[in-house]
Design a protein around this ligand. Structure first.
Ligand code: PMP
Length: 414
């Protein structure tokens, strides 16, 4: 089967998309559930990317810094020491101990909280939704959302209920309450957020936890970007709702997206069911790499986070007068509003002509009025990106760029 793989552009750099081909295989062989999942928007962006030789690539969802040396060395050593077989399903004992200690320190009052190692945060999300969602159940989440969420919910037979959070991207009590129905089973929460860069403050997080508690629904908190908070502390809803299931991972914090290492912690009855399913699916997280990531305890990533804070400033200061956006406070994305009448898809097509890659907002949302800009890139690439984006704005708005009032007077999010 022909396959396209792009190293240069992806929401996950590992995405591989089959080419559409003539085939004799009857369409009805493919299970119904796959028709619920649409990746055509992503595919279109990938197709556009093939035209580029030296793109200014602001589309990448992974850090541009190298894996710290002690982590690399520990993984190499584990392979050489023949730690290449399966590990126990829950993860190697020293990594589990390290995680358990972290969790116990953060939540000393949660006696029932258990932890285990997963195949990436994606693996933890898949297990969590398969364990919690029955056919017909509703899973409430903010729109914009991480691209995987609705797909995984529908795979589990559930229905994604989207809460419009434009233009400030806050999942407020009012917005959340309005989406809760008797079928609500789970609230799926993500802060710092991919794609908006929004970081929920204490008030927002407390409200989410309270709504979950009051309605007796499960709460999944995706905390994969928790190290990347630039303006205030990270706050987890698990602090306020002890039943919160946290999914987290090493991909972003240590630049090991290809290692497929994550973890989950939460009430033991949920964790036990997730473990049962992991046993029959992923089996275990990659074994030698679990030994590698054990060395994460010795490395300080604060210089990398400080560098990303400066990158955030560069992008925000360079663009927010032309592309309205709340100042991103975390992760490594800005979600920028386009001029009125221009869709993300149209914009990306014009941007490609200028060798610029960004992701259309419609991939993460019911609306296609924004673009996601990833600033996980060298400063020089970011400067070139800002230049191109400013030029494109001028092109699209007929020279009225440079003044927010002239380009965006009265502009309301569509
Ligand atoms: N959650 C969010 C919000 C993400 O952005 C990503 C990766 N882009 C994941 C989960 C999955 O991460 P991984 O499987 O690499 O740990």
């Amino acid at each position: 089967m022909g396959r396209l793989a792009f190293g240069g552009l992806s929401l996950h750099e590992t995405c591989v998309f089959p080419l559409e081909e003539e085939t004799d295989v009857p369409r009805q062989w493919i299970a119904q559930r796959m028709s619920q999942i649409d990746s055509s928007g992503i595919r279109r962006v990938f197709d556009l990317a093939t035209q580029l030789t030296e793109p200014v690539n602001l589309s990448i969802g992974q850090p541009d810094f190298p894996v710290p040396e002690p982590i690399k060395q520990a993984a190499i050593q584990a392979i050489q020491q023949d730690r290449n077989g399966y590990s126990v399903t829950q993860g190697i004992a020293p990594l589990l101990e390290q995680l358990q200690q972290q969790v116990a320190q953060e939540y000393p009052e949660h006696a029932d909280r258990q932890v285990f190692v997963t195949s990436g945060t994606s693996g933890a999300l898949l297990l969590a939704l398969m364990v919690l969602v029955d056919p017909g159940d509703e899973v409430v989440m903010a729109d914009p959302y991480f691209v995987m969420y609705p797909a995984l919910v529908s795979l589990a037979g559930g229905k994604a209920v989207l809460v419009d959070t434009y233009p400030d991207f806050r999942l407020t009590r009012e917005r959340l309450e309005a989406a809760i129905t008797p079928r609500t089973k789970v609230i799926l929460f993500n802060s710092p957020c991919n794609p908006t860069g929004h970081v929920a403050d204490l008030e927002e997080v407390q409200a989410v936890a309270q709504v979950a508690r009051e309605h007796g629904v499960a709460l999944i908190s995706d905390e994969i970007y928790r190290q990347f908070c630039y303006d205030g502390p990270f706050v987890s809803p698990a602090r306020f709702y002890e039943h919160t299931l946290v999914v987290d991972g090493y991909s972003k914090a240590y630049a090991v997206t290809g290692w497929r290492l994550g973890f989950a912690h939460g009430p033991s009855c949920i964790i036990q069911e997730m473990l049962k399913l992991q046993q029959y699916s992923f089996v275990c997280a990659p074994h030698p790499l679990q030994w590698g990531i054990l060395a994460a305890g010795q490395v300080d990533m604060s210089p990398q986070v400080a560098a990303y804070r400066r990158k955030r400033d560069l992008i925000y200061q360079g663009l927010h007068d032309l592309y309205p956006m709340p100042k991103p406070q975390g992760a490594f994305y800005a979600f920028a509003q386009l001029p009125p009448g221009v869709t993300g898809q149209q914009f990306v097509e014009v941007a490609v002509e200028e060798q610029l890659l960004v992701i259309p907002g419609g991939i993460f949302s019911e609306r296609d009025t924004h673009i996601r800009i990833s600033y996980a890139a060298p400063d020089e690439t970011l400067r070139r990106g800002v230049e191109v984006l400013r030029r494109l704005h001028k092109k699209l708005c007929g020279g009225s760029s440079g003044s927010r009032s002239s380009a965006h007077g009265g502009l309301a999010p569509q």
